[in-house]
Design a protein around this ligand. Structure first.
Ligand SMILES: *Cc1c(COP(=O)(O)O)cnc(C)c1O
Length: 334
């Protein structure tokens, strides 16, 4: 696994724990316990389920030294906060919200220089770290794991199950001697991941050795990168199948709309898609949605403008027959 992580990220070594929150915990416990970690006020993130990264950090006995303002943090803010109690500078990538307007953050490369000039570590929590630049799908540029390593981060932390598209895991890559120290922390035993997760993560990472294989074989990547024309074709084919199977049961149409990435990544960046829009004849769209949540397997759609909508981005073409059967069954059952 560490060999794979070296090849894929350019880092000297790597280690896997059960999720990225555990990675944050392990890294701070190892390098910053009873010391201060300097972090920008613009990067104090809550990640869902009411979990806040600052709280996870403080649970390790690290004192967070907050610098800058919510919207702007400058190099001098970091410089001024450095003292004999400092353990590391921490960067947290804000992947689940956006600050727009009057905003400034110190680039990772510059932050690494500040840290290294003071013989401190730069710890970079990327959150939804990606190994692939997703810009060509129309999403904004986000630093990849490789870029964050190349920019001088001493340790880069990211989730296995966000943009990477693998099982729930936390991945830590970085300098060899630092990863070696992490391996000797007794907490690692409590934070390690299950063998099956390990196997699934390795299988996912192996696909990344060939970018084309990764884009075809990893559902998260395939779905994010699916071109709009392909989505339109899929929507048409699904609508045709539904139309012939559900005659008289619902009204069908197509609508140009958008998909959201989810998983705490890329907020406010809609991806163009074509929705299949169903209006049942004798029940409400909401009733149809509820009934499809009770089938086996369930079929997840969303309600928009009082209609039940299916997004072909997250449906496999091989499953269209099954989708049609589920919809017809619940529409006939009323
Ligand atoms: C999601 C996230 C985490 C936690 O990752 P999990 O794998 O869900 O534990 C930590 N830091 C950041 C910045 C995140 O976005």
């Amino acid at each position: 696994m560490s060999r794979l992580l070296q090849i894929l990220t350019g880092a000297e070594d790597g280690l896997v724990v059960n999720n990225n929150a555990a990675a944050v915990l392990l890294v701070l416990d190892t390098f910053c316990k009873n010391r201060e970690a300097i972090i920008s006020r613009g990067e104090l993130v809550e990640i869902g389920g009411s979990f806040r990264i600052p709280d996870v950090m403080e649970a390790t006995g690290v004192h967070l030294r907050e610098v800058g303002a919510t919207n702007r943090t400058h190099a001098e803010d970091y410089e001024r906060a450095i003292c004999e109690k400092t353990g590391a500078i921490v960067r947290v990538h804000t992947s689940n919200f956006r600050i727009i307007g009057f905003h400034k953050a110190v680039p990772t490369r510059d932050l690494a220089k500040i840290a290294h000039d003071h013989t401190l570590l730069l710890i970079n929590d990327l959150g939804s770290g990606s190994l692939v630049d997703l810009e060509r799908s129309g999403l904004p540029h986000e630093p990849t794991v490789q870029q964050s390593v190349a920019d001088g981060s001493d340790l880069v932390l990211f989730s296995g199950d966000k943009l990477l598209g693998g099982p729930q895991a936390g991945i830590i890559v970085g300098k060899r001697e630092l990863v070696a120290r992490l391996r000797t922390n007794p907490l690692l035993r409590a934070l390690r991941c299950d063998k099956l997760v390990y196997a699934a993560l390795e299988a996912t990472l192996r696909l990344y050795l060939d970018p084309q294989k990764a884009e075809q074989g990893i559902p998260t990547l395939r779905q994010i990168l699916m071109p709009a024309e392909e989505l339109a074709g899929r929507a048409q084919r699904l609508a045709d199948k539904l139309a012939s199977a559900c005659q008289g049961l619902c009204d069908l149409s197509l609508r140009a709309d958008s998909s959201r990435t989810g998983g705490g990544a890329f907020p406010e960046y809609p991806l163009p898609t074509t929705l299949v829009v169903l209006r049942p004849v004798s029940c409400s769209a909401e009733e149809l949605r509820q009934r499809l949540l009770a089938t086996s397997p369930i079929l997840l759609g969303r309600i928009e403008q009082d209609a039940f909508c299916l997004d072909p981005r997250t449906l496999n073409e091989e499953d269209f027959e099954l989708v049609v059967r589920l919809v017809r069954t619940v529409l006939q059952a009323q």
